[in-house]
Design a binder for this molecule. Structure first.
Ligand code: COA
Length: 150
């Protein structure tokens, strides 16, 4: 089995966007302007995972309006590098960062069709707190939260 060395870096937005553009489930990747709009003037965390200097995964989130919760907005791993626990490492990194920053909880909104993400959230003790129905059902949004230790 090939052993990969995974490195996670903060604040590399260009590389995170590159990874998002190579995540096929995001049919239309957001342009950089959308990232700038959402992340401007709010506390945020941009994580990019690298293997051999190549960005192969990312996770981005920012504080909500109340400033008490952290919204984990976007994340993905390139298909070739899945099932290597990269998403889980990014999630752990984000969680530790959010605890240190004093957030009460992490919120995630995903879609019914993102089955791997749903498994990942459930495995990591996120609790489903809401559903926003969409048609077709695959597009239904599911909201999860994880309370953080204070
Ligand atoms: C969801 C995603 C980020 C997971 O990335 P990953 O690096 O392959 O995930 P990990 O290797 O860290 O997996 C950790 C856990 O997630 C779950 N999981 C990951 N891929 C899965 C799959 N294909 N089927 C079922 N469960 C899966 C499992 O519980 C897994 O733990 P296990 O291996 O002990 O069973 C990746 O599949 C992806 O980029 N999907 C498309 C984009 C997406 O859905 N993003 C989220 C939008 S909200």
């Amino acid at each position: 089995m090939k052993i990969f060395k995974i490195i996670i870096k903060e604040d590399c937005l260009e590389d995170a966007i590159l990874a998002s553009q190579q995540t096929p489930e995001f049919e239309t990747a957001y342009p950089k302007s959308e990232y700038n709009k959402r992340l401007k003037d709010v506390k945020h965390l941009i994580l990019t995972a690298y293997i051999s200097n190549k960005p192969i995964g990312f996770k981005i989130g920012y504080e909500t309006l109340t400033k008490k919760n952290f919204y984990s907005w976007m994340g993905g791993v390139l298909p070739k590098y899945r099932k290597l626990r990269i998403a889980e490492k990014l999630m752990e990194y984000q969680e530790q960062w959010a605890i240190k920053a004093g957030f009460l909880r992490i919120l995630v909104k995903t879609r019914n069709k993102h089955k791997a993400m749903i498994h990942l959230l459930q495995k990591n003790n996120f609790i489903q707190i809401g559903i926003i129905p969409h048609s077709p059902n695959e597009e239904t949004r599911i909201i999860y939260e994880k309370k953080l230790p204070q």
